[in-house]
Ligand binder design. Structure first.
Ligand SMILES: NC(=O)C1=CN([C@@H]2O[C@H](COP(=O)(O)OP(=O)(O)OC[C@H]3O[C@@H](n4cnc5c(N)ncnc54)[C@H](O)[C@@H]3O)[C@@H](O)[C@H]2O)C=CC1
Ligand SMILES: N[C@@H](CC=O)C(=O)O
Length: 813
């Protein structure tokens, strides 16, 4: 004996019903009960009909006639013409009855719960009758069961409670006495002891099937629906959600209670008591394995079975010093809520007993506030308890798994993941069964929370990294090339899927949650909206995507000002723009504090030495307890290139132009030539070494005549041309001494300076070619022979690869 239940989508139309009949054919040899839901959408329309009629709206007639037509059409599409008449007349008869009831409702201008149940019962009564007749016409006899005579309930219309003693007996007597193999029964519908129709709650067809399975001690219950079984998370939120092959009754109950809509929560009770296995199968893909719910699921090693969520939650907090150590407060709180029939979904109380928190449905808030404030009126007046605090628009997310209890670290991992993604937890509950860890969070974070938890507990293939890039010039363009080139590698070797979800330059901005195609970004960006920095940042924040990193590849001060906003939303920031770190010390420090406070990373390795590991090396030295005595460095790729290539045979301005053309200079080359870029870099190094240095504290001996800084960048080039003799003199003075010119930065004893120096052949700086940088760290552990970092210190490719490395670092936490 088996019991099968087919849901509304499985019987939504004639084609689907044919699929149901195909599935039933394989059960033709055994006694089988088939429980049928109303045709998809019909229950809602029946509710609408009743409500319209009760509101004296004649439109109810139209809805009814549409419903009648839909059922008649289904019969006509299924049954051969010669066999239609009996089924058609049954349908017409049911609609006549329904018409009369609705007319009564219309006349009385009233819809009682009892009449409402009567009206909505027609959906299942009709659909099951049609399936029974079609099966009988195409296969073998099928007996339609009038569940109103078999399932006995109390008078709680709309959500009636089953009297199992009577029901089990009635069902067993009826089915066992019959020689028919296949029975079709309407789901959802039952009757009270007086024979009045009742219903079992929305989703109650699953429950009907479980009641039959329990009463008949079936070998299995099969719930046929439109998905491949229960899933590890809601697939609308988590596209990588996986099917759960096996799951225990308790886990299934927890998951369905917390929002996994595949199975109606009360369904488990009658089958669990008799240990009847439950299959969840897909009517539209019957070959799929589905989910097996049973006592001891055989899948080993899975600590978490699924993640679920419940929205429209409110949190009520009753707080007050007057509650401490006084028994009876919680009893009174729950009594007040129970009196108003408010369901409590989650409870937490701090061990200090100073506060008790309960989560309820948002819809019950007003009732709850009134009831609780009234119940505690004397204490509130006496100032012992505060008026009830309410937080709205919350969700509950829950990790569910029987095996959690034998495995430490699950909650640590859960809250670590939430914290790293900036998701604030408002309340937590874990029962002693340790089967469910629930957290109350903002509704705005719910999708992100489920996504990151799923990633952490189920997705071992790869982690998604969502990247927002501002600036697609020289460096930004190369960065996008490198990301495109490395996508497959990252996925294969680092288990990272990097998605560029936002892109902007000074003119245009593009936000695309599903990811921007990296082979076509230029065109897409050109065709996108005009750039508004605030809107762009708001868009990145509002999408609230997990593992988001904002990358600043501009040289813009406004962009550098928005890092704080991002970090405080736990969005990591990677910058090659040096403006933030070389702004007044307070801002630099504030960004570091925000990053620490919100579990985000603020990385700017390319601020010094482009792709060279300069800041990383300095940090490693400091973290291991070393102390910096002195830093001496050539930090400008541009200036090193210029002085390596200038010997008076070509105009100085032309060599500078070449440095700009090759992508070594700042977007404004005067920052390089005037030494500002180097001042910024040595200041950033000093700050990283713990010094509170400002730009004004750094001495800079300029080698460029002041007149070069008047006017535009083009004026700057013109003026350098006019000052050629000055540059020739600089070169000659050094060359005459056998020296090279290098623009050197030094930090020692809390002081920093930058300036042009004559470098003799014996110096570490002498053999520094092309656009190379060099940094000498003299430390307590490297007192005489410094630790040296040397290599290309400018250029779009190397800088982009440094930015790339920082981006990947944000994903590895
Ligand atoms: N070139 C190099 O070797 C190195 C460069 N950097 C830094 O890289 C950054 C970028 O340099 P490049 O790519 O050479 O500059 P670029 O001038 O070629 O590109 C700058 C990009 O930023 C965009 N932009 C400017 N203002 C913007 C705003 N308000 N909103 C959105 N986008 C804006 C521009 O449209 C352009 O796409 C600079 O901060 C530079 O200091 C750092 C290390 C080495
Ligand atoms: N303009 C800079 C580029 C790197 O920061 C330089 O020349 O070093």
């Amino acid at each position: 004996m088996r019991v099968l239940k087919f849901g509304g989508t499985s019987v939504a139309n004639a084609d689907n019903i044919k699929k149901v009949i195909n599935i039933l054919e394989q059960y033709s040899q055994d006694k089988t009960v088939v429980v049928i839901s109303a045709l998809g959408g019909v229950t809602d329309l029946l509710i609408k009909t009743g409500t319209l009629a009760a509101n004296k709206d004649e439109a109810y007639k139209e809805v009814l006639s549409e419903l009648e037509k839909r059922h008649l059409d289904t019969v006509k599409a299924l049954l051969p013409v010669t066999q239609q008449s009996s089924c058609l007349s049954k349908v017409k008869q049911q609609f006549n009855e329904l018409d009369e009831i609705c007319e009564g409702v219309y006349r009385l201008n009233e819809l009682s719960p009892r009449t409402r149940d009567r009206i909505i019962s027609f959906g299942e009564l009709l659909s099951s009758q049609i399936v029974a007749d079609y099966y009988a016409a195409t296969n073998q006899p099928c007996e339609w069961l009038d569940v109103r005579k078999l399932i006995r309930t109390n008078n709680n219309f709309g959500f009636a409670a089953v009297d199992f003693d009577v029901t089990n007996q009635l069902i067993a007597d009826k089915v066992n006495a019959s020689t028919t193999k296949l029975f079709a029964a309407p789901g959802f519908v039952a009757a009270n002891a007086d024979g009045h129709t009742t219903t079992l709650g929305r989703g109650g067809s699953d429950y009907t099937a479980a009641i039959f399975a329990g009463a008949l001690q079936a070998e299995a219950l099969e719930i046929w629906t439109d998905v491949n079984g229960m899933m590890t998370a809601d697939p609308r939120w988590v596209p990588n959600a996986k099917n759960i092959a096996e799951i225990s009754y308790q886990e299934a109950m927890e998951l369905s209670h917390f929002g996994a809509k595949v199975i109606y929560p009360p369904t488990i009770q009658p089958v669990m008591a008799r240990q009847i296995p439950v299959w969840v199968k897909n009517t539209f893909a019957p070959q799929e394995y589905g989910t097996l719910i049973r006592n001891t699921p055989s899948v080993e090693g899975e600590f978490i079975r699924g993640i679920s969520s419940m929205n429209n939650i409110a949190l009520l907090s009753l707080e007050g010093s007057g509650m401490i150590g006084i028994p009876g407060f919680s009893k009174r709180l729950f009594e007040a809520l129970a009196k108003e029939e408010i369901n409590v979904i989650l409870i937490t109380q701090s061990s200090s007993e100073h506060a008790i928190c309960v989560a309820i449905n948002l819809a019950d808030v007003e009732k709850a506030v009134k009831a609780v404030d009234l119940a505690f009126e004397p204490e509130i007046k006496a100032g012992k308890v505060d008026a009830l605090k309410v937080e709205r628009n919350l969700s509950i997310i829950a990790l569910v798994g029987d095996q959690m209890k034998s495995h430490p670290g699950i909650s640590g991992k859960m809250f670590g993941v939430l914290g790293r993604n900036g998701i604030n937890v408002r309340a937590i509950a874990q029962g002693s069964s340790e089967r469910n860890i629930s957290a109350v969070i903002s509704f705005n974070d719910a999708k992100k929370a489920v996504t990151v938890l799923h990633e952490a507990f189920f997705e071992f293939e790869y982690k998604n990294l969502n990247v927002a890039i501002t600036g697609v010039g020289n460096v930004g363009g190369k960065l996008l090339d490198q990301l495109a080139q490395q996508q497959a590698y990252l996925q294969q070797h680092l288990k990272l899927k990097v998605k560029v979800v936002a892109l902007a330059n000074s003119r245009k901005m593009l936000l695309k949650e599903e990811g921007i195609a990296l082979d076509n970004w230029k065109q897409e960006l050109d065709n996108s909206a005009d750039m508004q920095l605030d809107e762009f940042v708001a868009g990145v924040v509002a999408r609230n995507l997990p593992n988001t990193v904002f990358v600043d590849v501009t040289a813009n001060a406004d962009v550098a000002q928005i890092y704080g906003k991002l970090l405080s939303k736990s969005i990591s920031v990677v910058a090659c723009n040096k403006i933030a770190c070389s702004s007044p010390y307070n801002y630099y420090q504030q960004l570091k504090s925000l990053a620490a406070a919100y579990n985000a990373l603020f990385l700017f390795e390319t601020n010094v030495g482009a792709g060279l590991p300069v800041i990383g090396t300095l940090n490693d030295l400091l973290r291991s307890g070393d102390r910096i005595n002195r830093m001496q460095a050539v930090l400008s790729g541009t200036l090193n290139f210029v002085f390596n290539n200038y010997d008076g045979t070509r105009p100085f301005a032309e060599v500078v132009r070449q440095a700009q053309a090759e992508g070594y200079t700042e977007p404004d080359p005067r920052l390089d030539l005037g030494g500002t870029d180097v001042m910024r870099k040595i200041m950033i190094l000093a700050r990283e070494a713990g010094e509170q240095l400002e730009m004004d504290d750094i001495s800079n001996t300029q080698f460029l005549p002041a007149s070069c800084f008047d006017g535009s960048v083009e004026d700057f080039y013109q003026e350098m041309g006019k000052q050629e003799a000055h540059f020739q003199k600089l070169y000659k003075e050094a060359a005459d001494k056998g020296c090279k010119l290098k623009f050197v930065a030094t930090f020692e004893n809390g002081k920093a300076s930058v300036g042009l120096q004559h470098i003799p052949p014996a110096s570490d700086f002498y053999h520094l070619y092309g656009k190379d940088n060099i940094v000498l760290f003299y430390t307590q552990r490297y007192p005489e022979q410094p630790l040296v970092v040397k290599g290309a210190g400018a250029g779009a490719d190397v800088t982009a690869s440094g930015v790339f490395a920082d981006i990947i670092r944000t994903a590895r936490v």
